[in-house]
Structures are given as structure tokens and as C-alpha cells.
Design a protein around this ligand. Structure first.
Ligand code: 5GP
Length: 190
């Protein structure tokens, strides 16, 4: 999506450790009008898939998930991060390795909010190695929900996540796909 690529080039900052910061419009301050346009694009891509639930992960996916859900007129469920062991029979639980913090933690969703009747669109801000997306898919699989696909704002296409998920047959639609980024040379897209 050209508009998004331009915004990333203008406002994004590349940090050591392979992290792109887009705090001015997505990850800290949120440009709601702009993010609505991204939500509308996810709607265009998945409009005919019978989506009745959007699933994301706290915290950074929640804003874009809600702005997308207003077009689908469906609820958003966010997987909660948990540092304590969860053995409750009332929760679906999976493990995530955090790309930005380099730590592992559980993510949980109440069984009340994810189940067999759900056709789920997974939304997240970034796709890197795919740990977050794999955990969300795992939660859906445990619950019997159908994953219709994933909508990602920024995919770092030179990392393995996107390739690996697509090779397993998961539909992954990314609005911007970064092929390379460097603090000096800048950001290039597919
Ligand atoms: P993955 O699980 O695919 O390795 O990483 C995706 C998750 O890590 C996203 O939910 C996102 O919050 C975070 N993430 C990965 N790479 C970046 C990045 O370059 N910038 C920011 N801001 N977050 C990232």
C-alpha cells in the first residue's frame, strides 16, 4: 500500500537490533484517520470471507484491530500476555517469544470468547519471525475456530515468519513488506 510505505519512509526510524519504530502513527501515538484507511484495506481484502471475529495480541495490535473491526462489524478479542503459569481449564493458552523484548511468555484467551463458530481474521502490527502469529493460530486451532487469514500492517519480509506461514497454507496479507532496512541506507519495500 503506497500510502503506508510513504508514511513509513517519512516517519519510521530504524534502530540497531533490526527494529523499526513507527511510534508517530502506530505504536505509541495513533493516527486514527490513517489507521482507519488500513482497516478499510483489510476489509477490502477479506470482505467475502465471512469473518465474525478479529483476534490480536496485546498491546500493540489492539488499536489497528479495533479500527479494522468497525468495517467488519464484529468483536475484537485480544490474547492477553501472562507471566504466570496458566493451568485454568477456562483458558486457551499458547507461548510467544517476544521479538522486541527477547523474552518468552504465555498468551491466553478465555474459552468464552473463542470457539468453533468463529471465523477469525488475525490482525497484528508487525510480522517478523512469526512467533506472535503462530501463537494466535495455535489458540484458534485449540478452540476449533477457523482462521481465514492474517492482516499485517508491516511485514519484515526478509525474516522467516511470512514465508513459513504461507508455505503452511495460511493466507497472510501485509500492507507493507520491507525487504531491507538500515539506519543509514533507509527502508526498501518489495
Ligand atoms: P514475530 O513474533 O513475528 O517475530 O514479531 C512480531 C511481534 O513483535 C509484533 O507483535 C510486534 O509487536 C513486534 N515486532 C517485531 N518486529 C518489530 C519491529 O521492527 N518494530 C516494532 N515496533 N515491533 C516489532
Amino acid at each position: 500500500m503506497r500510502l503506508l510505505e510513504e508514511k513509513i519512509c517519512k516517519e519510521g526510524k530504524v534502530y540497531e537490533g533490526n527494529v523499526l519504530k513507527v511510534d508517530s502513527f502506530l505504536n505509541h501515538q495513533m493516527d486514527v484517520d490513517f489507521l482507519c484507511q488500513l482497516g478499510q484495506e483489510f476489509y477490502r481484502l477479506y470482505a467475502d470471507c465471512g469473518v465474525n471475529k478479529i483476534l490480536t495480541i496485546e498491546a500493540s495490535g489492539i488499536g489497528i484491530a479495533c479500527l479494522t473491526a468497525q468495517f467488519f462489524h464484529c468483536p475484537v478479542v485480544f490474547a492477553k500476555k501472562s507471566r504466570t503459569l496458566n493451568l485454568s481449564s477456562k483458558l486457551w493458552t499458547s507461548k510467544v517469544h517476544s521479538y522486541t523484548h527477547n523474552t518468552d511468555h504465555d498468551v491466553v484467551v478465555s474459552k468464552k470468547y473463542l470457539g468453533e463458530s468463529d471465523r477469525v481474521l488475525i490482525i497484528d502490527d508487525f510480522l517478523a519471525n512469526g512467533s506472535a502469529l503462530n501463537a494466535l493460530i495455535d489458540l484458534c486451532n485449540q478452540s476449533g475456530a477457523t482462521v481465514v487469514g492474517a492482516g499485517i500492517v508491516i511485514e519484515k519480509a526478509y525474516q522467516e515468519g511470512g514465508k513459513s506461514l504461507r508455505s503452511k497454507g495460511v493466507r497472510v496479507e501485509s500492507l507493507a513488506r520491507v525487504v531491507s532496512m538500515d539506519p543509514e541506507k533507509g527502508i526498501k519495500f518489495c
